[in-house]
Design a protein. Sequence first.
Length: 208
Amino acid sequence: MQDRPNKPKNNRLSLGAIAGIVVAALVIGGGASWLTYRTLTALQTPSAPTIPQGEGPEKPLSSEESVQIYWLGDRGQRLELLPASIAVQKSANKQEKVEIALKSLLSGQTTASESTAIPEGTKLLGVTTEKDGVRVNLSKEFTTGGGTASMTGRLGQIIYTATSVEPNSQVWIDVEGQPLELLGEGEGLIVDQPMTRQNFEENFELGD
């Protein structure tokens, strides 16, 4: 009996095996690609900056500051000096600030609860600030009209407003370039100069 020739071994993989290997490779490769994409995305995406709680953008520094002008308030049997703030440039020097304050006072723009005893039409003819105090030159209208309380009130308004930058300064008041010695006619107010806030409070009464 003749031996049958040996069949050669089938070294080829079946189609099913090949398909399985391809699918597995695709799955593994796809998973690796997805992980790589996620990693790169995480590295490339910048994180949002952390803003500490309660902190915001810095506010710009103001270029203005306040000085006081003084109106009068009626308190029944007496008058009272009432401070009101106005804005001036920080860069202004002392003389400029005092000049702005006095001009604002002489404008007479008061509110319903405030008044002024300074006669309408009074003008600021000049102001200088020196080491020893403030010199104010007013027009002749400053000395007209009003009784004792009115004269006392307007004198206080000028003294306090002129010293709003330096409250302890001395004040000299001129009218049309001449030193003010008597405010009003007849029995007017005798004005000893220089004046300060302290000697005004000691020598004058804001009563009606």
